[in-house]
Design a protein around this ligand. Sequence first.
Ligand code: ZN
Length: 212
Amino acid sequence: MVERFMALALEEAQKAYRLGEVPIGAVIVQNGIVVGRGHNLRETTKDPTAHAEMIAIRQAAQTLGGWRLVNCDMYVTIEPCPMCAGGIYQSRIVNLYIGSMDPKGGAVGSLYNIPRDERLNHLVNVEYGILQEPCSQIMKDFFKKLRIEINYGEMSELAKGHAWKACKPERARGFESRSLRHLKLSIKFVALNGEVAVPCNLQSAVAGLKLS
Ligand SMILES: [Zn+2]
Protein backbone atom coordinates (compact mmCIF):
# COMPACT_ATOMS: atom_id res chain seq x y z
CA MET A 1 0.00 0.00 0.00
CA VAL A 2 2.73 2.42 1.02
CA GLU A 3 4.73 1.44 -2.08
CA ARG A 4 1.68 1.95 -4.29
CA PHE A 5 1.34 5.61 -3.28
CA MET A 6 5.09 6.18 -3.51
CA ALA A 7 4.88 4.84 -7.07
CA LEU A 8 2.39 7.65 -7.79
CA ALA A 9 4.84 10.17 -6.32
CA LEU A 10 7.50 8.68 -8.59
CA GLU A 11 5.17 9.18 -11.57
CA GLU A 12 5.02 12.86 -10.60
CA ALA A 13 8.84 12.95 -10.46
CA GLN A 14 8.94 11.54 -13.99
CA LYS A 15 6.70 14.37 -15.19
CA ALA A 16 9.20 16.86 -13.74
CA TYR A 17 12.07 14.99 -15.42
CA ARG A 18 10.40 15.28 -18.81
CA LEU A 19 10.09 19.06 -18.30
CA GLY A 20 13.79 19.42 -17.47
CA GLU A 21 12.93 20.08 -13.82
CA VAL A 22 14.75 18.43 -10.92
CA PRO A 23 12.70 15.19 -10.69
CA ILE A 24 10.90 15.24 -7.34
CA GLY A 25 7.24 14.24 -6.89
CA ALA A 26 4.73 14.16 -4.04
CA VAL A 27 1.21 12.92 -3.41
CA ILE A 28 -1.14 13.48 -0.46
CA VAL A 29 -3.57 10.76 0.52
CA GLN A 30 -6.62 10.90 2.80
CA ASN A 31 -8.31 7.61 3.74
CA GLY A 32 -6.78 5.85 0.75
CA ILE A 33 -7.75 8.55 -1.76
CA VAL A 34 -5.29 10.89 -3.47
CA VAL A 35 -6.35 14.48 -2.65
CA GLY A 36 -3.26 16.32 -3.89
CA ARG A 37 -0.30 15.70 -6.15
CA GLY A 38 2.57 17.73 -7.46
CA HIS A 39 5.95 17.75 -9.11
CA ASN A 40 8.75 20.28 -9.00
CA LEU A 41 8.00 23.22 -11.34
CA ARG A 42 10.53 25.77 -10.18
CA GLU A 43 12.01 26.51 -13.61
CA THR A 44 8.70 26.33 -15.52
CA THR A 45 6.85 28.69 -13.18
CA LYS A 46 9.92 30.77 -12.20
CA ASP A 47 8.70 30.35 -8.64
CA PRO A 48 11.19 29.41 -5.91
CA THR A 49 8.35 27.92 -3.83
CA ALA A 50 7.04 25.63 -6.60
CA HIS A 51 8.40 22.46 -5.03
CA ALA A 52 6.45 19.20 -5.41
CA GLU A 53 5.38 19.15 -1.77
CA MET A 54 4.10 22.75 -1.74
CA ILE A 55 2.09 22.18 -4.93
CA ALA A 56 0.59 18.97 -3.49
CA ILE A 57 -0.25 20.74 -0.21
CA ARG A 58 -1.98 23.62 -2.00
CA GLN A 59 -3.96 21.18 -4.14
CA ALA A 60 -5.00 19.06 -1.14
CA ALA A 61 -6.13 22.17 0.77
CA GLN A 62 -8.23 23.20 -2.24
CA THR A 63 -9.70 19.69 -2.54
CA LEU A 64 -10.52 19.46 1.17
CA GLY A 65 -11.62 23.08 1.55
CA GLY A 66 -9.34 24.06 4.42
CA TRP A 67 -5.71 24.61 5.38
CA ARG A 68 -5.74 21.78 7.91
CA LEU A 69 -5.17 18.54 6.02
CA VAL A 70 -7.10 16.28 8.41
CA ASN A 71 -5.97 12.64 8.49
CA CYS A 72 -3.67 13.11 5.50
CA ASP A 73 -0.39 11.40 4.65
CA MET A 74 2.28 12.60 2.24
CA TYR A 75 4.49 10.48 0.00
CA VAL A 76 7.52 12.31 -1.39
CA THR A 77 10.35 10.88 -3.48
CA ILE A 78 13.15 12.94 -1.86
CA GLU A 79 13.59 14.22 1.69
CA PRO A 80 11.88 17.64 1.91
CA CYS A 81 13.81 20.92 2.20
CA PRO A 82 13.31 23.32 5.17
CA MET A 83 10.48 25.20 3.36
CA CYS A 84 8.53 22.04 2.54
CA ALA A 85 9.20 20.48 5.94
CA GLY A 86 7.64 23.68 7.34
CA GLY A 87 4.67 23.32 4.99
CA ILE A 88 4.21 19.70 6.05
CA TYR A 89 4.20 20.77 9.70
CA GLN A 90 1.87 23.72 9.03
CA SER A 91 -0.65 21.60 7.14
CA ARG A 92 -0.73 18.99 9.94
CA ILE A 93 0.22 16.02 7.79
CA VAL A 94 -0.02 12.87 9.97
CA ASN A 95 2.40 10.45 8.30
CA LEU A 96 5.26 11.38 5.98
CA TYR A 97 6.77 8.69 3.74
CA ILE A 98 10.13 9.52 2.16
CA GLY A 99 11.83 7.73 -0.74
CA SER A 100 15.45 8.84 -0.68
CA MET A 101 17.36 11.18 1.64
CA ASP A 102 18.93 14.52 0.70
CA PRO A 103 22.06 14.80 2.87
CA LYS A 104 22.91 18.26 1.44
CA GLY A 105 19.55 19.98 1.91
CA GLY A 106 17.05 17.76 3.71
CA ALA A 107 15.14 19.02 6.72
CA VAL A 108 13.60 15.74 7.86
CA GLY A 109 16.61 14.18 9.51
CA SER A 110 19.62 15.29 7.43
CA LEU A 111 20.35 18.96 8.22
CA TYR A 112 17.31 19.60 10.42
CA ASN A 113 14.38 17.53 11.63
CA ILE A 114 11.51 20.00 11.55
CA PRO A 115 8.60 17.48 11.50
CA ARG A 116 10.06 15.76 14.60
CA ASP A 117 11.03 18.90 16.55
CA GLU A 118 9.22 18.62 19.89
CA ARG A 119 9.35 22.40 20.43
CA LEU A 120 6.70 22.70 17.71
CA ASN A 121 3.05 21.97 18.43
CA HIS A 122 2.55 19.21 15.86
CA LEU A 123 4.70 16.14 15.32
CA VAL A 124 4.67 14.22 12.05
CA ASN A 125 5.36 10.48 11.92
CA VAL A 126 8.11 9.77 9.42
CA GLU A 127 9.04 6.60 7.54
CA TYR A 128 12.14 6.42 5.38
CA GLY A 129 13.34 4.36 2.44
CA ILE A 130 10.06 3.70 0.58
CA LEU A 131 11.06 2.73 -3.02
CA GLN A 132 14.40 4.33 -2.20
CA GLU A 133 16.27 2.93 -5.22
CA PRO A 134 14.08 4.31 -8.06
CA CYS A 135 13.52 7.61 -6.19
CA SER A 136 17.27 8.12 -5.94
CA GLN A 137 18.07 6.76 -9.42
CA ILE A 138 15.89 9.27 -11.29
CA MET A 139 17.82 12.10 -9.56
CA LYS A 140 21.16 10.55 -10.50
CA ASP A 141 20.02 10.13 -14.11
CA PHE A 142 18.88 13.76 -14.23
CA PHE A 143 22.10 15.27 -12.94
CA LYS A 144 24.25 12.96 -15.02
CA LYS A 145 22.40 14.19 -18.10
CA LEU A 146 23.01 17.82 -17.09
CA ARG A 147 26.72 17.28 -16.56
CA ILE A 148 27.37 16.10 -20.07
CA GLU A 149 29.72 18.46 -21.76
CA ILE A 150 28.73 19.61 -25.18
CA ASN A 151 31.56 19.75 -27.64
CA TYR A 152 31.98 21.69 -30.83
CA GLY A 153 31.07 18.75 -33.05
CA GLU A 154 27.68 18.26 -31.43
CA MET A 155 26.96 21.94 -31.62
CA SER A 156 25.87 22.10 -35.26
CA GLU A 157 23.69 19.01 -34.85
CA LEU A 158 21.93 20.57 -31.90
CA ALA A 159 21.42 23.81 -33.79
CA LYS A 160 19.56 21.88 -36.50
CA GLY A 161 17.24 20.48 -33.86
CA HIS A 162 16.39 24.04 -32.72
CA ALA A 163 17.78 23.32 -29.29
CA TRP A 164 20.12 26.26 -29.68
CA LYS A 165 19.96 29.81 -30.86
CA ALA A 166 22.57 32.44 -31.44
CA CYS A 167 22.81 35.49 -29.23
CA LYS A 168 25.27 38.14 -28.10
CA PRO A 169 28.03 36.97 -25.73
CA GLU A 170 26.76 39.31 -22.97
CA ARG A 171 23.38 37.63 -23.05
CA ALA A 172 24.97 34.20 -23.10
CA ARG A 173 26.85 34.96 -19.93
CA GLY A 174 23.66 36.22 -18.31
CA PHE A 175 21.84 33.10 -19.36
CA GLU A 176 24.54 30.87 -17.99
CA SER A 177 24.57 32.52 -14.59
CA ARG A 178 20.78 32.66 -14.28
CA SER A 179 19.64 29.30 -15.51
CA LEU A 180 22.45 26.84 -15.92
CA ARG A 181 25.21 27.23 -13.39
CA HIS A 182 23.17 26.00 -10.43
CA LEU A 183 22.35 22.84 -12.37
CA LYS A 184 26.07 22.13 -12.90
CA LEU A 185 25.53 22.13 -16.64
CA SER A 186 28.88 22.45 -18.32
CA ILE A 187 28.57 24.01 -21.74
CA LYS A 188 31.15 25.38 -24.13
CA PHE A 189 29.58 28.39 -25.79
CA VAL A 190 30.38 28.44 -29.46
CA ALA A 191 31.15 31.54 -31.47
CA LEU A 192 28.94 31.80 -34.55
CA ASN A 193 29.58 34.87 -36.71
CA GLY A 194 30.75 36.84 -33.72
CA GLU A 195 27.80 35.70 -31.69
CA VAL A 196 27.40 32.89 -29.21
CA ALA A 197 25.04 29.94 -29.29
CA VAL A 198 23.16 29.07 -26.13
CA PRO A 199 20.20 26.80 -25.41
CA CYS A 200 16.82 28.44 -26.16
CA ASN A 201 15.57 27.41 -22.75
CA LEU A 202 16.35 24.88 -20.12
CA GLN A 203 13.84 22.38 -21.43
CA SER A 204 15.30 22.27 -24.92
CA ALA A 205 18.78 22.29 -23.44
CA VAL A 206 18.00 19.12 -21.55
CA ALA A 207 16.18 17.59 -24.52
CA GLY A 208 19.14 18.36 -26.75
CA LEU A 209 21.78 16.79 -24.55
CA LYS A 210 23.20 13.45 -25.54
CA LEU A 211 24.05 10.85 -22.96
CA SER A 212 27.68 9.83 -23.09
ZN1 ZN B 1 11.08 21.87 -0.84
